[in-house]
Design a protein around this ligand. Sequence first.
Ligand code: ADP
Length: 679
Amino acid sequence: MQKGNIGVTTENIFPVIKKFLYSDHEIFLRELVSNAVDATQKLKTLASMGDFKGELGDLTIHVTLGKDTITVSDRGLGLTAEEIDKYINQIAFSGANDFLEKYKNDANAIIGHFGLGFYSAFMVAKKVEIVTRSYREDAQAVKWTCDGSPEFTIEDIEREGRGTDIILYVDDDCKEFLEEARISALLTKYCRFLPVPVAFGKKKEWKDGKQVETEEDNIINDVCPLWTRKPSELKDEDYQKFYRELYPMADEPLFWIHLNVDYPFHLTGILYFPKVKSNIELNRNKIQLYCNQVYVTDSVEGIVPDFLTLLHGVLDSPDIPLNVSRSYLQSDSNVKKISTYITKKVADRLQSIFKNDRKQFEDKWNDLKIFIDYGMLTQEDFYERAKEFALLTDTDGKHYTFEEYKTLIKDNQTDKNDTLVYLYASNKEEQYSYTEMAKNKGYNVLLMDGQLDIAVVSMLEQKLEKAHFARVDSDVIDRLIVKGEENPEAVSADEQDALSGIFKSQMPKMDKAEFMVSVQALGESATPVMITRSEYMRRMKEMANIQAGMSFYGEMPDMYNIVLNSDHTLVKDILADEERKCTPEVAPIKKEMDDVDARRKELRKQAEGKEMPEADKAEVEQLDKKWDELKAKKEAFFAGYASQNKVVRQLIDLALLQNGMLKGEALDAFVKRSIELIK
Ligand code: ADP
């Protein structure tokens, strides 16, 4: 028997491995099974080159659980004593402690850096044995034992066949790894697509109401997963079936892309466009990353562009450096190339479906939209491609490319400044009447009700030339797209003042909402009252909700315009009635207000360029007070009048109702009043 010390410069590396890699303990199994796979693959290669002439036989790798042990056995090339010394004993460490400290949360980095695969066994084992015999003729079988200190022993033993058993004596605090269910779950996670069969226990079947073991090995992996096969040999069903295996709970995927590159990097994989219901955040991290069929991670952040992390599927590449930190990944040239390549492939695929089967593309657009929007918003090169096939949908459900839509609305929706006005609704139901008004005018209205559409609207305004987006309820129809000169004032200043006073006094109190009243001549057949909401202010508020640093806008009240149609008989009647009932009272108040105003203007004028005498200052103060009082008196009078006028309240409520803004007590009052009115 021979004794020796493992070549590490750190006093004892194993406690370090254990401590730092605590959260990732489970990967020991991946490391040991993939070593077994490597040894098996190497033997196959030797055989195919004629360097190994013996029988390959059954090459299945076995994972077995004992009372205190986990054993991984292979029938690969095995090891000689010299090889153990070279590959296992002489692990060269330099600056091990520094490195471990830096990457303590990233087991992959540590394992990659040191070639520590085998030693990860010590994360769960207090003692490890290697029982092995090389494939070489007349090789001497050996057993290597190490109890977790840098000391090991190696001795000659008897062993019939070629291959290696790695036997782990599981540590007391890692007993969970002796549970069949745990190991089974780990094998499914890490070894599911390894290229050599891996057996864990025996297949079970139901007999007389209970599960019994059969004679047959329970093979846990698919040695030839779909992404390793030729796309030309595969049918749609194969892709759908594979998708169901990966995500048993998901809906059918929309499309898939089979990736297969050899140069200048190796990459294979299948990406699926899933059917997502909502909330894009929840669906990230569904892409699994493999390295030669060994599962590595399901976090592909930094490897594929952000918007593609919403896709599902698998990527397999030995060229993605896994032993580096995530921040370093983004600057790695291979990763950059891979990321660009994937973006391009995704765009190619979408473009080709769009071109060859536009109907299918349109049918699936609602589900696809979120990916494409997100891609266009975050990835310039993707926008450049997607602008050819991204679609706009109108309120009738018709789809158009950007170019097609421009052609459609160019003649009718260009304003006097030569700007193309894209009208849209963000809620088909709530903005129904506005949409109808626009349509009756011959305009087309887009439906922008997607999760990202607020941002998409801003993006398109920037990208498309001379384009402006306006929601259908942002102004009265004639001013949504201003084509000629503005209309002259519809009513006199006094009438405007009266209507404003009357209507404002009857607005129900609403939290964080402010109303302005304006009067416009909208034509006899148009609605008497409507509510509009400035595009600019509304958008600022919407952006504030989704962007940090804009909370100022978020705090502002919602501003609404009550637009009265001076051409409508109901409004005309109110004006005539008000004239009759209010003018006798209001006119003298107004006269007085004018006098007060004239006097204070006069005093201010006298004092221009010099200090105002104290007496005058006192008078101005008095006048200001007086003016405020008169104004309040006038408003109170209008309010008193308005409260008697059922038509005013009714008109306001109808306008609110049309906007879905009439709720609670106000709605109840409206219903009761309406019943009164029709009785
Ligand atoms: P890596 O696999 O990255 O080289 P490991 O520490 O996992 O690092 O393994 C070190 C070496 O030990 C391997 O390169 C291989 O030569 C040898 N080895 C490990 N496991 C086996 C095995 N099951 N059969 C044959 N050789 C093995």
